[in-house]
Design a protein around this ligand. Structure first.
Ligand SMILES: Nc1ncnc2c1ncn2[C@@H]1O[C@H](COP(=O)(O)OP(=O)(O)OP(=O)(O)O)[C@@H](O)[C@H]1O
Length: 249
């Protein structure tokens, strides 16, 4: 399994070794090992139920693990010192329905001890300037997802972990968000972004393709395409499944 090290030789942003997680009495992550280089966008791709959210929960330190280690920015995942250095957006927006966009962000900025000036910055970054005074309950699903993302960007975290941030968004908005992810990475942040949409995979620097609690492949989108001889990443994924199990189902 992958164990890439960043080209610079710097310590990886995330280092996972033999991670095992049991949920509901069943092992759902079966000994994952990988690194995430700093300043990169790593996509966590795989079908529903393969373990993306569980892995993300382990990265942010809210998942009880059965075995293995998860090291984030040089410290054990979930350490108190990582609180402001790691931004996390859950799959379902976790915002207060009766507060406006600005009020929600002010509240979370104060909880995270992020500068108040961050509120306007993140509102602009996610393109919610026109809705800043709307209460969350009146926002569309796409707007709510962007508030959720904005919360994860407060405090300019070094590692940004996003669980399916583009679900339910239209293609234009999805493209804009991926451009924002790229900008954040260029400014030095590391992003781990889960998705089950294969056409988003090509926008990442590295891909972890997951299936049934295992990592099927770990590499660059181009590397995976050329390794499998596939025209696109969806085909590459199917190829890897066949290679592993002898059957694409
Ligand atoms: N609270 C829970 N209790 C027991 N089992 C769970 C729980 N949450 C998830 N699971 C199981 O863990 C496995 C991995 O689920 P997980 O949510 O991590 O997958 P996922 O790839 O994020 O799926 P999706 O794309 O649908 O969100 C699945 O088999 C799921 O049924």
């Amino acid at each position: 399994m992958m164990s890439s090290s960043p080209a610079s030789g710097a310590e990886p942003a995330v280092s996972v070794r033999d991670l095992r997680v049991v949920r509901g009495g069943r092992e759902v992550l079966h000994g994952l090992t990988f690194d995430v280089p700093r300043g990169s966008i790593v996509g966590l791709l795989g079908p529903s139920g393969c373990g993306k959210t569980t892995l993300i929960r382990a990265l942010v330190g809210v998942q009880i693990v059965k075995g293995g280690t998860v090291t984030v920015l040089g410290a054990p995942a979930g350490s108190a010192g990582l609180r402001r250095r790691v931004g996390y957006a859950t799959q379902s927006p976790a915002v207060y329905a009766d507060l406006t966009v600005t009020e929600n962000l002010r509240y979370f900025a104060s909880v995270l001890s992020a500068p108040r000036t961050d509120v306007e910055r993140v509102i602009d970054e996610v393109g919610l300037g026109g809705s800043r005074h709307q209460t969350a309950v009146t926002l569309s699903g796409g707007q709510l997802s962007r508030v959720n993302l904005a919360v994860a960007l407060l405090g300019a975290p070094e590692l940004i972990v996003l669980d399916e941030p583009t679900v339910g968004l239209d293609p234009v908005l999805r493209q804009e968000l991926w451009e924002l992810f790229r900008e954040l990475a260029e400014r030095g942040a590391t992003l781990v972004v889960s998705s089950h949409v294969m056409d988003e995979a090509g926008r990442t620097d590295r891909l972890l393709l997951m299936r049934e609690g295992d990592i099927l492949a770990d590499g660059t989108p181009d590397g995976l395409r050329s390794r499998t001889g596939a025209a696109d990443l969806e085909e590459a994924f199917l190829h890897l499944i066949t290679e592993k199990s002898g059957s694409p189902t």
